[in-house]
Write a protein that binds this ligand. Structure first.
Ligand SMILES: Nc1ncnc2c1ncn2[C@@H]1O[C@H](COP(=O)(O)OP(=O)(O)OP(=O)(O)O)[C@@H](O)[C@H]1O
Ligand SMILES: [Mg+2]
Length: 267
């Protein structure tokens, strides 16, 4: 095995983001390794969503570097991030209520029919879309009532799973999720967690923000803790416990960087 098989697929190095006088991010660094689920935690306002938005190309960093496959990149917009293989599932999901499950999975990139005449008119190949959508949903064992009915009547969990499945269909290698289960019931949450856990089988790496430590520790390989705009510690889930992570979040445990320790001493 080559020595860099475990090299990060995505890395944020010393990212800061200022909004006028507000420092949303002071100095955040994360590394996402192949096929891992990286949890990102921190108190309200710690800078988690801001960091995710920077990695999704929708917010530009004030300073710092983003590295994909060992190459520094500048993401000038959401499309740049998608082109680099990064898919972000937002809280509101951007599914269209009146469209069916399979149409939503394909949203924005309908399969043009291979029939040359149909292609000329840009007609959508419904049958092919359905088959592929079914395949992807099956691969992730996403259960929806039918891929043909509109998503209007679907649960929050089913909708979240559809949005995640979309990333697989589009061949993304990195999926970013900001509090994917925040609005879900117990059973729905279980379904979404399982889908997230399974993404690694499809060579996909995941960054997920959550305030639910038990849940996060049941799906994450490592957890990076943020405090006041800084990434202050990263722990392997197998070598830590909820108490340590909570202590790092609240500041009762100092964290690893000199700045985190200085903050701790000043507090
Ligand atoms: N567009 C903006 N303009 C001004 N300040 C902002 C903006 N976006 C974020 N901030 C500030 O930056 C800080 C970090 O916000 P962010 O949303 O990243 O936190 P978070 O860790 O995601 O919190 P939560 O857990 O509550 O979602 C907060 O103090 C927030 O008010
Ligand atoms: Mg947030």
């Amino acid at each position: 095995m080559p020595s860099d098989a475990n090299a990060p697929v995505l890395e944020a190095r010393n990212i800061s983001r200022h909004y006028g006088a507000v420092v949303a991010l002071a100095d955040a660094s994360v590394q996402l390794r192949p096929r891992e689920v990286l949890g990102l935690v921190g108190d309200n306002g710690a800078g988690k969503s801001t960091l995710l938005k920077i990695l999704s190309g929708i917010v530009a960093p004030t300073s710092g570097e983003i590295i994909i496959d060992n190459k520094p990149v500048v993401l000038k917009g959401a499309q740049d991030a998608m082109d680099a293989g990064i898919e972000t599932v937002y809280q509101d999901l951007a599914l269209v209520d009146t469209m069916s499950a399979y149409q939503n999975v394909y949203l924005g990139r309908e399969e043009v029919s291979s029939n040359p005449v149909a292609k000329f008119f840009g007609l959508v190949d419904d049958r092919k879309m359905k088959t592929r959508a079914r395949e992807v949903l099956d691969q992730l064992q996403v259960k929806v009532p039918s891929i043909n009915v509109s998503v209007k009547g679907m649960s929050g969990g089913q909708r979240q799973c559809l949005a995640i499945a979309r990333s697989l269909l589009w061949g993304r290698r990195i999926v970013i999720l900001d509090e994917p289960t925040a609005a879900l019931g117990v059973r729905e949450t279980g379904q979404v967690l399982e889908v997230i856990r399974d993404l690694r089988k499809h060579d996909v790496s995941v960054i997920v923000v959550s305030h639910n430590m038990q849940q996060l520790m049941s799906i994450a390989d490592r957890i990076t803790v943020m405090r006041l705009g800084r990434s202050i510690a990263t722990r392997t889930v197998a070598d830590t416990e909820v108490n340590e992570i909570v202590g790092l979040i609240t500041g009762s445990i100092p964290g690893d960087s000199p700045e985190a320790r200085a903050q701790q001493n000043a507090a």
